[in-house]
Structures are given as structure tokens and as C-alpha cells.
Design a binder for this molecule. Structure first.
Ligand code: FAD
Length: 301
């Protein structure tokens, strides 16, 4: 498919765009098309006119993703500056889906609004957080989200109340090709100093326990009910385990890291090896929390 056969845009449309630089693991293939819309109207017009057979997938900051080495077919949509604002209206925070979680948390703090401190420690965008009901320290998106604006693949834009998103632990019912473009949170008034202290506590705790400066994808597996995934992985003897250039973090065993030479296939194979060892050791079947998307690299015959 050539650029001429795609709808014209005001933003940026790039063919065969490398995705590894855009994701935390720094691995993976290319996007057939990478679209960075100028604004919501640009996105809506493009999606509406796009041939229906072309798949569409949003990309945030790539902090919860393995993009497979064969890349992503169709259009990958990355929301830039126009979608990165956070404004406050009374107790409401109105957020563009491209805004990083830390911006939401610090804007809420600056306005004396509590309940969003947990986003301080989640290094993705609001769109990614809304998609997977991100959470930490006993709070999650579903607790404070009011509604989300969604660009649907067939072209319609819908505002969905939180109740319509089918939230469960680290899960929403949003279709894979739906793009969150914005949302509103309702926060409660709080003491700025207390909010600030809680955010500092979260930052310090993360620094001490997680490999934040590594090429990683956050928690690899969901915590099974009543259990800790990291503990199961540790008990199965997987701390430091390697496949190719991928390694189970020595610092936090629910994190996989790219030591520098990993491919996405290495990271995924390591995750599956860990799952097999945990199953053999404890009988528990771990479920991936990190999303794995795209095509496997075809091996030469
Ligand atoms: P991406 O990784 O880019 O994408 C993840 C999924 O969301 C994909 O399916 C993608 O298609 C979809 N998506 C992204 N943007 C949109 C959008 N605008 N509309 C629709 N779908 C979209 N997560 C937690 O919940 N709690 C934690 O405590 C936590 N700690 C982490 C710590 C570290 C060091 C790291 C690296 C990650 C951590 N994560 C945690 C995981 C990650 O930060 C969250 O899942 C985050 O919400 C992902 O956002 P993102 O923008 O990076 O999404």
C-alpha cells in the first residue's frame, strides 16, 4: 500500500517506521505505517477514510509492550503534543490520552487534588493506563476515572462512562483497535503536602525495588488472586534466568530486562520459560500482563 492510497493527513504519516526506539524494551520490528495525528479531527478523518481491512493499534510510551520482531501490520497511532494536555476544572482533571501519568499526578497535587498519586509511579500515558486499568498501591484507574473519549475503528467517536469499559484487574473490554483520545478523572480535595509526600514515597519505593533504568516492560505477569507473581517466579528459581539477551531481573523477579542484545523473541521465550517453570514448581499458571503484539519474524528457509 502506498501513501497515495491512504487518506491525506495534517499530522505525520511514516512508512516502515522503526518501533524499537519508541518502546521501553528497545526491541521489535517496524510499523507498516506510523501515524502521529495533528489533533482529534485529523485522527477521526483518517480513521474514517482508512480502508477497513487495515488494522489499527494505538501506541503509548511502550512501557507495557513487547512488539514482536516482525513488526506491526497496518497503522500504529501515536498521540503527540496535541493530546498531552492536563487541565483542571474544579475536582475534574481533563486529560489528553497522550499525557504521561506523572503529569496527571503532579497536576492534581498542584491543585490540592488527591486520589491520583499512584499514577506517579506508572511510566506510561493516560491512554495506556485507561486501556489496561493501570494501578498500584491499592488504587487503579477505575477508582477515579469518570469517562473516556474513544475513537472507534469504524470512524465514530464515543464518550464512554467508566461503567461501560468492563474494568477488571489490569483489564478493560476496549476493542484492540479502539483509540482512547482523552478522559476525565474526578479527584477529591486533599492537603498538598500530604499528596506530595505520598508521591515522594511512591517514587522512592519504586527506585528501591524496580529496575527503572533498564530496558523493561514493567510487571510481566498479573498477580494471581491472593498470590504475588514475583514470589512464584523467585520460588521457581528463575531470578537472573536468561534466554539470549533477555534476563529475569535480579532486582525484581516480575520484571524481564533486555540486557542490550535481546530480541523480542528472546524476551517472549524467556517469559514463557518462566511460566512453564512456575507451573511445574507451584501448579500456578501465570498470565501475561505485558501485551505482546505484532508478527513473529519469519525465519529464512
Ligand atoms: P503502551 O505500553 O504503549 O501500550 C500498552 C497497551 O495499551 C497496548 O495494547 C496499546 O495498544 C494500548 N494503548 C496505548 N495507548 C492507547 C490509547 N491511547 N488508546 C487505546 N489503547 C492504547 N503498570 C501498572 O498498572 N502498575 C504499575 O505499577 C506499573 N509499573 C511499571 C513500572 C515500570 C518500570 C514499567 C516499565 C512499567 C510499569 N507498568 C505498570 C506498566 C505500564 O507503565 C502501564 O501499563 C501503562 O499504563 C502503559 O502505558 P503506555 O502508554 O506505555 O502503553
Amino acid at each position: 500500500m502506498t501513501a497515495a492510497s491512504l487518506p491525506s493527513v495534517r499530522g505525520r504519516l511514516t512508512a516502515d517506521a522503526p518501533l524499537a526506539p519508541l518502546v521501553w524494551f528497545k526491541t521489535g520490528g517496524r510499523a507498516e505505517w506510523l501515524f502521529e495525528p495533528a489533533d482529534g479531527e485529523d485522527l477521526e478523518a483518517f480513521i474514517t477514510a482508512l480502508p477497513p481491512e487495515l488494522p489499527v493499534r494505538a501506541l503509548g510510551l511502550g512501557s507495557n509492550l513487547i512488539v514482536r520482531d516482525g513488526g506491526l501490520p497496518g497503522v500504529t497511532v501515536r498521540l503527540g503534543k496535541a493530546f498531552s494536555t492536563v487541565t483542571v476544572d474544579g475536582n475534574w482533571l481533563l486529560c489528553g490520552a497522550g499525557a504521561p501519568g506523572i503529569l496527571v499526578a503532579s497536576t492534581a497535587r498542584d491543585h490540592g487534588l488527591a486520589g491520583l498519586e499512584f499514577l506517579r509511579g506508572i511510566p506510561g500515558t493516560v491512554g495506556g493506563a485507561v486501556r489496561m486499568n493501570a494501578g498500584a498501591y491499592g488504587r487503579e484507574v477505575a477508582d477515579t476515572l469518570c469517562d473516556a473519549t474513544i475513537q472507534l475503528r469504524e470512524g465514530r467517536v464515543r464518550v464512554c462512562d467508566v461503567g461501560a469499559l468492563g474494568y477488571r484487574y489490569r483489564h478493560s473490554d476496549l476493542p484492540d483497535d479502539a483509540i482512547v483520545t482523552g478522559c476525565s478523572f474526578y479527584a477529591t480535595p486533599g492537603d498538598k503536602a500530604v499528596i506530595s509526600a505520598e508521591m515522594d514515597r511512591i517514587a522512592a519505593e519504586r527506585e528501591a525495588s524496580q529496575p527503572l533504568r533498564s530496558r523493561t516492560g514493567g510487571s510481566t505477569f498479573k498477580n494471581p488472586p491472593g498470590l504475588k507473581a514475583w514470589q512464584l517466579v523467585d520460588d521457581a528459581g528463575c531470578r537472573g534466568l536468561m534466554v539470549g539477551g533477555a534476563q529475569v531481573s535480579e532486582k525484581h523477579t516480575n520484571f524481564l530486562i533486555n540486557t542490550g542484545t535481546a530480541t523480542s523473541a528472546d524476551i517472549e521465550a524467556l517469559g514463557d520459560e518462566v511460566r512453564a517453570r512456575v507451573l511445574a514448581n507451584s501448579g500456578v499458571e501465570l498470565e501475561w500482563e505485558i501485551e505482546r503484539i505484532g508478527k513473529f519474524l519469519e525465519k529464512a528457509a
